[in-house]
Design a protein around this ligand. Structure first.
Ligand code: FES
Length: 311
């Protein structure tokens, strides 16, 4: 599988809210960038071991530029600090993607719920829902009004959008949008873990799609050792307890793409040819988990003794 990867130039660097930096990236030679659809993200390859996924939040019809927005996270692992401190207009940055594990499925209506920087994948979805003539609304929460990115861009949608800063209105009133969902309505939610968990509790799984920026605490489950057979070479490796499939195959010299290593970005998604994965990622939907056709090898393991992977 070949994935687009190239160096892009930072064309515009501007603050979209307190602590949220929006970057517009272009190809240095003005070449068109790969097409993408709402919900897609790209990986910024910032240095060895420093790759971070960011949702595309510009206009999918604009093939000349990609826009991302990066929240500065003082307690983060260094990706957001690097973007805020190092990247200036004219600088080059290596970018891989786009990928989409949060695609907008056709529906008669949508309820969008965004928390904080979780507005980024939702933003292009709103334009797509509007263009499709769907019935939709957005409930957008944040700490304070000043910390909520793109509130100005949302104004054009009028009362379809409810902006609810916590210091003004308290916790999001999820019941107002999630109770009594009309038939054929899908719910898309992106934001911090407590918000996603609260939405998941109120919403039937078959109408809900979420995108997590942070790993979910998965129940421990099977931790024991198992085997993976790499179908392309016929090699069989032993995955030791406490070691990931990703680390095991990389240690054996097999090149695989990965980014977050915590089951949130989808970069390491691998086809499963035989065996039953024990999913521990935050990317696959309940239906995709059940199907067991792919797995995120950075976190997911094996139910039973053996997996055969398309590696
Ligand atoms: S590397 Fe991100 S999901 Fe595996």
């Amino acid at each position: 599988m070949s994935v687009y990867e190239t160096e892009l130039v930072v064309e515009v660097r501007e603050f979209a809210a307190e602590g949220v930096l929006a970057l517009t990236l272009r190809h240095p030679l003005g070449e068109p960038l790969p097409a993408w659809e709402p919900g897609a993200h790209v990986d910024l390859v910032l240095g060895p071991g420093l790759e971070r996924p960011y949702s595309l939040c510009g206009d999918p019809a604009d093939r000349r530029a990609w826009r991302i927005a990066v929240l500065r996270e003082p307690a983060g692992r260094g990706g957001s600090a690097h973007v805020h401190e190092q990247l200036r207009p004219g600088d080059k940055v290596r970018v891989r993607g786009p990928r989409n594990h949060f695609a907008l499925r056709p529906a008669a209506g949508y309820r969008f719920v965004a928390g904080g920087i979780g507005i980024t994948p939702i933003l292009p979805m709103l334009a797509a829902a509007e263009a499709a003539g769907a019935e939709w609304s957005l409930l957008y929460g944040g700490r304070t009004r000043g910390s909520m990115a793109f509130a100005g861009e949302l104004a054009r949608y009028g009362d379809r959008v409810t902006v609810a800063p916590q210091d003004e209105t308290g916790l999001l009133d999820l019941g107002s949008v999630l109770d009594a969902l009309p038939e054929g309505t899908l719910v898309y939610c992106c934001g911090p873990t407590p918000l996603l968990d609260a939405v998941q509790e109120r919403c039937p799984a078959d109408v809900l799609r979420v995108e997590r920026f942070q790993a979910r605490d998965e129940p421990a489950g099977e931790e024991g050792e198992f085997e993976v057979e790499l179908a392309r070479s016929g090699r069989t490796l032993t995955v030791a307890a406490g070691v990931s499939v990703l680390d095991t195959v990389r240690a054996a010299g097999v090149e695989v793409l990965y980014s977050c290593t915590e089951g949130t970005c989808g970069t390491c998604e691998t086809d499963v040819l035989e065996g039953t994965p024990e999913h521990r990622d935050c990317v696959l939907s309940p239906q995709e988990r059940e199907a067991g056709e792919t797995m995120m090898i950075c976190v997911s393991r094996c139910r039973g003794r053996k997996l055969v992977l398309d590696l």
